[in-house]
Design a protein. Sequence first.
Length: 152
Amino acid sequence: MGGRPGRPRSFPEALACALRGALLAARTQPHLRIQLLLASGALLLAAWAGVSFVELAFLACAIGLVLAMELLNTAVEMLTDLLHPGVDHRAGAVKDTAAAAVLVASALAAAGGAFVFLPHVVVPTPLLLRGLPLLLAAGALGGFLAGAVRAR
C-alpha cells in the first residue's frame, strides 16, 4: 500500500500502513472491537485491584497476544476470501484454524487473568490454587481427546 514496488518502505510509511490496517480491522471486525472492550475492562480492573507491575506486564502481554492473533486471523480471512471467493471446504478449514488460534490465545489470556485477579478478589485457598491448574489441564486434555476421537 505505500512506497514503490521493489523498494523498502521508510519506517514512517511502514507505521502508517500498520495503523491503517489496525483502523480497518477495528472498523470492520466486531470481534476485535469486543476484544478491545474486554482489554479496557481488564486494564480498568487492574487499576482498581492495584496489581503489581509484573502482573500488569503479564496482562499487557496477554492482551497484546489476543489482539495480534485477531489481526492475523482477519488478514488470513481476507486473503482466503480474495483467493477463494466461492464456497470451498479447504478455504473454510484455513479460516477455522486461524479462528482457533484466536480462541486459544483468548483462553490463555482469560486463564492468566484469573491467576492475576483472583488473589486480589478472594483469599486464595489451597483448593483454589490446585483447582485452577487442574481445570486448565482438563481443558487441554479435553481438546486433545476431542482431536484424537475426531481424527479416527
